[in-house]
Ligand binder design. Sequence first.
Ligand code: FMN
Length: 660
Amino acid sequence: SSYSTLDILLLGTLLLAAIWWLMRRNKQEDYTPAVKSYSIQPTSFTSLTPSENSFIKKLISSGRSLVVFYGSQTGTGEEFAGRLAKEGIRYKLKGMVADPEECEMEELTHMKKIKNSLAVFCLATYGEGDPTDNAMEFVDWLKNGDPDLTGLNYSVFGLGNKTYEHYNEVAIYVDHRLEQLGATRVFDLGLGDDDANIEDDFITWKDKFWPAVCEFFGIEGTGEDVSIRQYKLTEHVDILPERIYTGEIARLHSFKNQRPPYDAKNPFLAPVKINKELHGPTSERSCMHIEFDIEASKMRYESGDHLAVYPVNSTELVNKIGEKCGIDLNTVFTLTNTDEESTKKHPFPCPCTYRTALTHYLDITSNPRTHILKELSEYASDPVDKEKLKLMASTSAEGKAAYQQWVVQANRNIVHILEDIPSLKPSLDHLCEILPRLQCRYYSISSSPKLHPNAIHITAVVVEYKTPTGRINKGVTTSWLKEKHPSDPPCLVPIFVRKSQFRLPSRLTTPIIMIGPGTGLAPFRAFIQERDLAKKEGKEVGDTILYFGCRKKNEDYLYKEELKEYVKSGMLKLHIAFSRDQPQKVYVTHLLENNKEEIWRVIGEQNGHIYVCGDARNMARDVHNILLKVVMEKGNMSDKEAAAYIKKMDSQKRYSSDVW
Ligand code: FMN
C-alpha cells in the first residue's frame, strides 16, 4: 500500500496511546461511579480489545472507506447509522458503524489517507441543545480544539424534535463546524423531526444522499434494494443455564449480585413498598402512587430528579408473536454480528431465550417503522400482502399515506400487524434483529430525599386506550407496574436515578411558583415536602405557590389530603382549576391570566423562580406566552424586552420546565 513509514509510526503511536488509555479506563471502571445520566444502549457485553479504539486502523485492515458515527441516547441514531453503513455496500463503499465514545476522534484528521473515504454523523439533540452522552466528548473536542480537517469528507444527519426550542442544534453545529475546520461536505445536512415522521425524513434524505456520494467520488452503485442480515443466528441445544441471560441489561448475573453504582447498565432491583390508587372510584382512569424501597441500594437522589424504570412486555403479546412465528419461545439463541470488526457483537444480551428477548429486550408495542415493514414483506406468502407491506415502506405519496393510515392512525404494533396480515410468517430471529430495543421510561420523582431518604415515590397515570381497530392498547410500563404490589418475596422493579436540571432555588427564602396540572404535580410534591420540612425545622421559607389542575374535584385531584394540609398550615398557596366540574372549562392557564399581579411580584420584584411541569406541550407554550404578557404589562416592557427578560430568567435557572 501507499502508506509512508511516518504514517505507520503515527498509527503505532496512536495505538499505544489507545492501549494505555483503555487499560487505565478499565482499571477505573470498577470503582468509579458512573456519572453519565442517560446512556441507555448497553455496551458492556461487547468485548473491547485495545486496537478496536483506532477506527482508522479498523477501516484500513478491513478494506473499508465509510465510517458512520452515531450520537444516540435511545437508539434511533444508532439504528440509522447501522442502516447507512450496511447500505454502503450497494455503492461499493464498505462501511462500518462507530460509537464516537469508543473512538479516537482525533483520527478524523487522518481520514484523507484512505481512498474515497467518507465519515457520516447521525447525531441526536437533547435537553438544551445538548449532544447525547456518547457524543459529548466529540462535540467538546470540535468546540474547544482547532484540528485541521482538510481532506475529510463528511455528511451529517440530525435527529431532533421540533417541539423543542433547540431543534437539532447539535447536528446543525457539527455540520457547520466541520466545514469551518476545513472538511468537505459531500451532501447537505439532513434534519429529522421525531414529532412528525423521522423515518420518512431519514429515507428522503438518504435517497438523495447516495447519488450525491456517487457523484462526489465518481463511483456507480448497483443501488439494488436487497435485504442484508447484520446478525447470524446460532441456536443452542446443550447450554448451561448459568450462561443464559434472563433479562439483565448488560452484565450476566448482575441481578443476582446487586452492587452499586446503579445506572442504565446496572439498574437496581427495587422492592415495591406501596402501590395505591390516587383517583376516586368514579374516575374512568387510574393513577398510581408507587413507593420503591431503596434502602439496600445506597442510591441517592434529589428533588427534581427522574426515575428510570425498565419495563417488561406483556406475556400475552409475547406469546402471540411466538405462535405466529411458529417457534418454541424457550429456544436459546444468540445473534452475532457478521461484521467482526464491529464493537457491537450482539443486538441485545445473548444467549437468551426468544421469550426473554421479546419480554425484556425488544420493543413490541410501538408502531414499527417503515424499514421493518420492508424487511417483513419478504415473509408474506400472499403477493397481495407482500405488495401492501412494500407499498407502506415506500417513499411514494401513496405509500406514505397508507403507512400513516394503516400503522400510525390505527395504532398497530408488531403483534397487530402479524395478526392482520395472515400470510405473514417471519423468521423470529430476523424479527428480533430488526425490532428496536425496549427503552426504559422516565418518571419525575414525587418524593423529597430529605423526608424519604430510603424511598423513591412516583406518580403515574395508567395508559390504556382503545385503538381504531377496536383493540385495547396498554402502556408497557404502567400496565406492568400496576400489578406490582407489596408482597413477600417482594415484587422487584429495575430502576436507576437520572439527575436533572430541575432544582429548587438554593435559598429557602426565594419564593417559587410551580405550575403542574395532572401528574405534572409529581416533582412539586417533592419540592413542597422539602420546603415544608425546612419550615417545620424553624427555617424561614419564601412563598410556595402551586397551580394545579385536574378534571374533577372528586376524581383526579391528586394528593388532595396532603395538599389541603399544606394549605391549612400556611405552607402552600394553592390555585386549583377543575376543568370539568362546571359548564365552561377552566385550566391552570386561565388562573395564571387572572393572577398577573402575584406572578410579577414573585418573578419581577422578589427574584423568585417559576417551574412548569406536565405532559401537555401546548400548556408549556401557553404558560410561556402568559409570562411574556405579565412581564410586558406589569414590568412595562416592550415585547422584545420581555422576551429577553424571560430568556435571562431561563439562563439563570429561574425559569425551568420539565415537560414530556
Ligand atoms: N430534539 C431537539 O431537536 N432538541 C432538543 O433539545 C431535544 N431534547 C430532547 C429531550 C428529551 C428528554 C427527549 C426524550 C428528546 C429530545 N429531543 C430533542 C428529541 C430527540 O433528539 C429525538 O427524539 C431523537 O430522535 C432521539 O434520537 P436517539 O433515539 O438516537 O437518541
